[in-house]
Design a protein around this ligand. Structure first.
Ligand SMILES: [Zn+2]
Ligand SMILES: [Zn+2]
Length: 130
């Protein structure tokens, strides 16, 4: 069987009533993007399919190049690719690389959500160039 990635990263929580709740995470930032309603199905696979088709996938963007499922903060809408494949280059980051939150102030130095420093000294240049 093909091991193609069908859903974003997820965790499943089963309750005592036999239902499962799925939590879907962005493949890049790890941000929690979707928590489904409790889903009843015979197997975890079946429940996952329902969870993904009815709720999870609508919260994600699928990168056609690498196959990752990412939140809208981690998706370059101009290129139609995830930020791993098509990083924002000339613009100031419009999202926090740490928690994935969208940034309101374009020249903020710290993320208003998690407080991460957004631009370290020299980090705004391309890394790895001698
Ligand atoms: Zn990609
Ligand atoms: Zn943040």
């Amino acid at each position: 069987m093909e091991q193609a990635k069908k859903t974003a990263a997820y965790r499943v929580v089963a309750d005592s009533g036999g239902s499962r709740v799925f939590r879907f995470y962005c493949d890049i930032s790890g941000e929690l993007c979707c928590v489904t309603k409790p889903i009843r199905a015979d197997t975890e696979e079946a429940a996952l399919e329902i969870a993904w088709e009815t709720e999870g996938r609508w919260e994600f963007n699928h990168c056609p190049q690498c196959g990752k499922y990412v939140s809208s903060a981690m998706f370059n809408v101009n290129a139609g690719l995830c930020l791993d494949c098509a990083p924002w280059e000339d613009e100031y980051p419009s999202f926090c690389h740490h928690c994935g939150a969208r940034l309101r102030e374009p020249d903020a130095c710290f993320c208003p959500t998690c407080g991460a420093k957004l631009i370290a000294d020299g980090m705004d240049r391309k890394e790895g160039t001698p």
